[in-house]
Structure formats: C-alpha cells, structure tokens
Design a protein around this ligand. Sequence first.
Ligand code: C2E
Ligand code: CA
Ligand code: CA
Ligand code: CA
Length: 277
Amino acid sequence: AAKLADGSVCRWTPALDERSTAYARIGAELRTALDTGQFRMVYQPIVELPSGRTRAVEALVRWEHPARGVVSPAEFIPVAEQNGLIVELGAWILETACARLAAWRRELGDAAPARVSVNVSAKQLARPGFAALVARVLADTGLPASCLVVEVTETAVFEGGPAVTTLHELRALGAWIALDDFGTGHSSLGLLQTVPVNTIKVDKSFVDNITSAGRQTVIAEALIRLADGLGLAAVAEGVETAEQADALYRLGYRYLQGYHYGRPAAELDFGRMPAVA
Ligand code: C2E
Ligand code: CA
Ligand code: CA
Ligand code: CA
C-alpha cells in the first residue's frame, strides 16, 4: 500500500499492478511497432442477403508482435487511445484500408465490395482536421467518398462535442457513418437525432440468442423496424450459425457479418457465394 499526498492510502492489488505494467509495456512497444511495420489489416465480409454477396468489408487491425505473436486490438487500441498514438496508428489504418478497397476495385470491378468500414476512435474524431485527413486519403487513394464507412461507437460521440462536428464534415464529404455496437450504450436512440447516421451495427449481444424467443429477439426485431423506419441500413454483427442467419433474415435483416460468413482475413475471395439464409 502506498501513502498518497493527501494522506489517503492506495492499495495495489496484484491484478492492478500487472495490468498497469502491461499497459506501460504495450505503450512503449507501440511506437516501435508502428515504425517497424508490425501492424497489418484484416478484412471481414459483410454479406447481403439473399444474394450472399459480400457488399462491404470491415477493416480490423492486427499487431504481429515479434515475441508474443498476434496481439488483439482489444488489448492495444485502448492503450494507443490513452497515449495518443491512436492518431498516427489510426491514420495508417485509414490509408491502408482505403488503398486496399481501391486496389480491389481496380482488380475486380463490380465484383469488389461497395464499401470498406473503418473503426475510428473517439480521440481521432475529436481532433480538428480529421475530416481533412479523410479527404486527403480519399484523394491519394482515388477511393470515392461514398465507398468509405466510418464506424464510431456511441461513447465516442456525445451531443454537442467536437466529434459530432467531425461527423457532419464527413457526411458533407460523402462518406458514410455507422454507429457501432448499437444498442449497448446509454444514448443510442438520442444519437440518431443528432448524428448524421447511415447505418446501425446491431451488437452481437442481440444476435447471440436470436434463435430462442427471448428479450434479445424482441430487441433485435425492434431495431430492424427502427432502422427501416428511419431509412437506415442495419448490419447484424457476430452471426455465427446458419440458424442465427435464418432467424435474422426472417426478422428483416439484409446485412449480416460474423464467423458464419467469414473470419477477418488479409485476403478475401469475393467470387465465392456463402450459404444463403
Ligand atoms: P468491433 O469494431 O465491434 O469489431 C468486431 C469484433 O468482433 C472483431 O474483433 C471481430 O473479429 C469480432 N467478430 C466478428 N464476427 C464475430 C463472430 O461471429 N463471433 C465473435 N465471437 N466475434 C466476431 P477484433 O478484430 O478482435 O476487434 C475488437 C475490437 O477492437 C473492435 O470491435 C474494435 O472496437 C477494436 N478495433 C479493431 N480494429 C480496429 C481499428 O482498426 N481501429 C480502431 N479504432 N479500433 C479497432
Ligand atoms: Ca466495428
Ligand atoms: Ca461492433
Ligand atoms: Ca465492439
């Protein structure tokens, strides 16, 4: 236990200690990782039903640590957000993902997915100049703005904050906005009034038990009605089985993403038509 300046005592549990050590270590290593090219992007299909075509892909970052192997973004993105490196890492992610879709479009023409979804963190969005960065990346890669979807979680966007201004700038450019993990936060419905949203991504927690007649199913049904009524696209996330896909299709979902259709991968085969619900 450590005595703090105000006289209070701070007790470190081993778990806390371990966590802060890991935080510090990851933070120090992220800089090197960025400088030596240890990050790479993988892409997960977002499938349109009933055609089974991959209409979009979500770009997800991976860190190939020289000693520890692949580190999950759930582990290092929060650290990068905290120490500010997310700004530089996020710019690299945006550039890499846009260049990737531009290359698929050149190679595959109409068989390429229409859009790439890029996760953007609160820190990136709140910085002035983010929309200008997006505009520059689109110009450099030759990707039309309407091919880019910016995925934001509602914790990144609070009403009247700088992130909302950025989102309006992005819409003005022609990019799309998706609300990620929709329904899991405190202000999902409120945000639909203030943020220029095109798509809601219905969180996996509403999909997990979709095949049984429980509360999650009622919520998932209400969310697709809400999206339809507002003229928004809805993507159901974390679809792992054919039964879930079938149940979601019957509720009215037309865009599905999850291991059932494909895990995130560096290369995707857009010619292959996955099983249709
Ligand atoms: P997310 O944006 O909600 O991404 C979806 C996560 O669910 C991904 O994990 C994906 O691999 C996983 N997933 C997809 N389908 C299934 C499924 O059927 N079952 C299960 N169990 N999981 C599925 P991943 O790639 O580990 O990313 C975790 C989180 O890290 C992301 O959640 C996102 O918040 C963050 N993240 C990942 N890549 C980036 C990035 O490039 N930038 C930023 N800012 N955050 C990122
Ligand atoms: Ca996402
Ligand atoms: Ca999500
Ligand atoms: Ca998530």
